[in-house]
Design a protein around this ligand. Sequence first.
Ligand SMILES: Cc1cc2nc3c(=O)[nH]c(=O)nc-3n(C[C@H](O)[C@H](O)[C@H](O)COP(=O)(O)O)c2cc1C
Ligand code: SF4
Length: 406
Amino acid sequence: MTATFPDLHLSPRLLAPGTAPADLAAHRRRHGPLEYGDPESVLRAVAASGLTGRGGAAFPTHRKLVAVAEAGRRTGRAPVVVANGAEGEPASHKDRTLLHRSPHLVLDGLRAAAHAVGAGKAYIAVGDGASGLESALAQRTGDPLPVEVVRLPASFLAGQSSALARYVSGGAALPADQLPPVRERGVHRAPTLVQNVETLAHLALVARHGADWYRTAGTPAQPGSALCTLHAAGHEPRVVEAPYGLPLARLLPLEGASAVLVGGYHGTWIPACEAARLTLDATLLGAGVLAALPAGRCGVAETARVLRHLALQSAGQCGPCLNGLPRIATAFRTLAAPGPQGTARTDLTRWSGLVEGRGACHHPDGTVRLVRSALTTFAAEIDSHAHGHCTATDRTPLLPVPEDRN
Ligand SMILES: Cc1cc2nc3c(=O)[nH]c(=O)nc-3n(C[C@H](O)[C@H](O)[C@H](O)COP(=O)(O)O)c2cc1C
Ligand code: SF4
């Protein structure tokens, strides 16, 4: 069954119109020159805007900028800034779309953030897809701080902040022990600001137009807008920019859906009837992925495919990933197949408790969030499977996992 995306008449702030990249001249015509005051005034504007990170955790951007600037002063080392365009989440397309359409907005944000924290070096770390970056950088001859492009390996973990800092320093793209955190000791042991590319694009607009302008979109508690990757059966994924507070039903075709995945593969399954009452919320949105699962598809099978991918992505450096995630993925595969389930359900609940909070990074925590929400949202379907019956009428996968392409 295919469902049509609702018509949207939104005013995107970040994405340049059309599909071609905006060159520097077009970018400046649209947004005006990048002018900002001293570092303190940039920090004040970001604080007043209420800008939060768009890389998954919705962490207040101002607090991170201040922490890195202070670490720089305390250690006497000029901080490093890394724009995170890894987008390791297979269902997310927002960062590569932004980098393709509005590369100069991201580079403006990187420049303003570097200014705010007193950085001596800036990097932009991206996957294979972001091909126009070097030519965008070549147009920016007057920038005070040179920016180096780092190409990351395709992996779910490469964009985790300590993995990124390690890779930029010449090591493997794997999460490292997070104490001290990268904001204290990151790239080449310097205090490091890792900021998602979308966060930086918003920061570029806050630096230009101020906090009051930024707050004209969204809600008082969650100001601004966010890029979302929307998935619906029978359609290519769609990237849109929507204000926080917008009803999810304005973004996704919820009629005929059984559940919605909010936030991506570290996110949460929500029954469609509940999702119809929700609005776009920064604390749920994670990496910006929203996927409407049609009633005829099996959410248990979808989750099992994703969990296998998540288990394979872990480097197995810590116990929870080495022992826990493969077992969790295998137990969930048991639930996905109609037939006897043994102790799989109780095992999943127990193992989820055992791995949570025990990894060097949040990969196990995000995985457990998905597991728990699937066990609740698809409880009736799991019961059907236990009785040897799957209610799905269409086995076509909805959510992309890279193994599907092998
Ligand atoms: C397993 C894992 C993968 C991550 N992948 C990404 C990613 O691809 N891109 C990203 O921006 N943040 C990713 N993050 C979050 C980063 O660690 C970091 O919090 C973020 O880049 C900070 O930027 P923000 O404050 O602007 O969101 C990941 C986190 C985890 C635990
Ligand atoms: S928790 Fe998992 S993904 Fe994170 S560092 Fe440890 S082994 Fe790697």
